[in-house]
Design a protein. Structure first.
Length: 155
């Protein structure tokens, strides 16, 4: 049940942000799609990121190399995590923001035994004032990824 509460809390935060955005003037509340060739193209019917009301919502990133479209399939979780973080960073920068403005991340792991290694790489990108975060164990991820990370960013 604690996982259920985390998910409910997560969606409550999103709902409050969207409510705030909808109460803003109509220009800033419009949804804008963010795309960069420096991160993998979406593998389904979603955007790399959307922006509304001064907030950027970045879709979960996995370790696809944007240069060749290939998924990292090696066994090193640190290498996989670094590619995920580079993809996330490329989208953050395309949105006109910085990693220092990341408000919240969600990390999805196939195996909680990878937590320490993922955490070490993740920490390199948020050395001062890291964002709020939760890490959730999942049964599977797209393209058999071992880690996926999504984020909410202010602009």
């Amino acid at each position: 049940m604690p996982q259920t509460r985390t998910v409910v809390a997560f969606y409550a935060v999103i709902a409050s942000m969207l409510t705030f955005a909808s109460c803003s003037n109509s220009r800033s509340a419009m949804k804008n799609v963010i795309y960069t060739p420096n991160a993998p193209a979406p593998i389904g019917p979603y955007s790399q990121a959307t922006e509304a009301g001064g907030f950027v919502f970045i879709s979960g990133q996995i370790a696809i190399n944007p240069a060749n479209g290939e998924m990292y399939t090696g066994g090193d979780i640190a290498v996989e995590t670094r590619q995920v973080m580079e993809n996330l960073k490329a989208i953050v920068e395309q949105s006109g923001s910085t990693m220092g403005n990341v408000l919240k991340c969600t990390i999805f792991l196939r195996d909680m035994n990878d937590f320490a290694a993922v955490n070490a790489v993740y920490g390199e990108y948020f050395q001062e004032y890291p964002p709020a975060r939760e890490t959730v164990a999942v049964v599977g991820l797209p393209k058999n990824a071992r880690v996926e990370i999504s984020a909410m960013v202010s602009r």
